[in-house]
Design a protein around this ligand. Structure first.
Ligand code: S3P
Length: 426
């Protein structure tokens, strides 16, 4: 795929629905009674994997692309799937559904693509086993494929070694089927969409500091969910607007949950001009429009408690850092190594391709930014959607043409990404 630079970007874009919230709306709708009507659902491959897994467990789901309707069957209404569930490339589907499958009275199994089969599942196998779940890594390597057998679950208080919303949500979902209350404490608060949305469906769930607790066997009731635009998708337009000289972009309807808004803080710390307009809420989540104007960026430090609030945006931030003046240090982000690709390696490799001065570290990278030394490059997505989108934005701001290998993987979270970007470049 050829990627050309842009002189300036102007106009308005509405990014697709939030991936994390779209997954959860399907899952929670499926195990609630009655219908759940979802608008602005993300029609990306990952969320379609979630739909297909629940359809295989007997849940009727209508998807006319404008609205998704889930005909929920209640906490104990899922049926044994006739085949192995396929979670595709989706870590969220794999880990959250594992919490639900652990509590069922039927056996099941799941697997995903080559990337999913390499991602660590021990982080859920350990707490689920502590709860009494009968769950196995079929190849005994701590990864999918996974096999589940019926078991009685016990409530636990779990101190999670990682700040991961997927781990937290997996345990809380298993907690719905346990014999007493289940609590999860994280080292740092991760995204809290599960806590907010499960409460709206009727669960007895409470949060205090970095601990979330859930009471089993609630009567979950279907509801209307309006999915906010995904701030992780907006990040590419935020960066494009800041990096391409003379740009002004209005990004409409972006979810700005404080557990997800680290990109705004990081971009502003780098000198980025971003104005929040029209603040409101959608299905309990804060939402606004973002007006982004081209800015001269400088280096910053990205670390500590802010990492979970921008974990998926680090590839894009690293690109911004290469264009910024001075040094950016990214640390405390070892989780990057276990995403859809090893994002320390894949970001560093692509940054080097475009002439950036970058050094990988154990838990991040150090980037000495200098726009003047950057040049055209042959990028590789490594089949990771966020790598493809981050370096497509880099290509817009570079003065020479670039190419991208396997750029179509953006369909995982943002079908229509290249078209939306091209509209602003006209
Ligand atoms: C997600 C949580 C994060 C994030 C992923 C989506 C979620 O993963 O990287 O893209 O929807 O819960 P971890 O929980 O592994 O940090």
């Amino acid at each position: 795929m050829e990627l050309r630079n842009a002189t300036h970007l102007k106009g308005t874009v509405s990014v697709p629905g939030d991936k994390s919230i779209s997954h959860r709306a399907i899952m929670f709708g499926a195990i609630s009674k009655g219908t759940t009507e979802i608008t602005n659902f993300l029609q990306g491959a990952d969320c379609l994997s979630t739909i297909s897994c629940f359809q295989k467990m007997g849940i009727a789901i209508e998807n006319d692309k404008h609205r998704v309707i889930v005909h929920g069957k209640g906490l104990h209404g899922l049926k044994a799937p006739g085949e192995t569930l396929d979670t595709g490339n989706s870590g969220t589907t794999t880990r959250l559904i594992s919490g639900i499958l652990s509590g069922q009275s039927f056996a099941s199994s799941l697997t995903g693509d080559a990337s999913i089969q390499k991602r660590p599942m021990k982080r859920i196998l350990t707490p689920l086993s502590l709860m009494g779940a009968d769950i196995k890594s079929i190849r005994n390597n701590g990864c999918a494929p996974l096999a589940f057998s019926p078991a009685k679950l016990h409530g636990i208080s779990y101190d999670s070694p990682v700040a991961s919303a997927q781990v937290k949500s997996c345990i809380l979902l298993a907690g719905l089927y346990a014999d007493r209350m289940t609590s999860v404490t994280e080292p740092v608060l991760s995204r809290n969409h599960t806590e907010l949305m499960l409460a709206a469906f009727g669960a007895d769930i409470t949060s205090r500091d970095t601990t979330a607790s859930i009471v089993p066997e609630p009567d979950l009731m279907g509801l209307k969910v309006e999915v906010p635009g995904d701030i992780s998708s907006a990040a590419y337009f935020i960066a494009a607007g800041l990096l391409v000289k003379g740009s002004e972009i209005l990004i409409k309807n972006v979810g700005i949950n404080p557990t997800r808004d680290g990109i705004l803080k990081a971009a502003r710390a780098m000198g980025g001009n971003i104005v929040q307009l029209n603040q409101r809420t959608a299905s309990g989540e804060p939402v606004c429009d973002l007006l982004v104007t081209a800015s001269i960026l400088h280096g910053t430090v990205i670390d500590g408690g802010m990492i979970p609030t921008l974990i998926d945006e680090i590839p894009m931030i690293a690109v911004m850092a290469a264009f910024a003046e001075g040094t950016t240090v990214i640390k405390d982000a070892a989780e990057l190594k276990v995403k859809e690709s090893d994002r320390i390696q894949t970001v560093v490799e692509n940054l080097k391709q475009m002439g950036a001065d970058v050094t990988p570290t154990e838990d991040g990278m150090i980037i000495h930014g200098n726009r003047d030394v950057l040049h055209g490059a042959s990028f590789n997505s490594f089949l990771d959607h966020r790598i493809a989108m981050s370096f497509a934005v880099a290509a817009l701001a570079l003065s020479e043409p670039c190419t991208m290998k396997d750029g179509e993987c953006v369909n995982i979270s943002y079908p229509g990404f290249y078209q939306d970007l091209a509209k602003l470049a006209r």
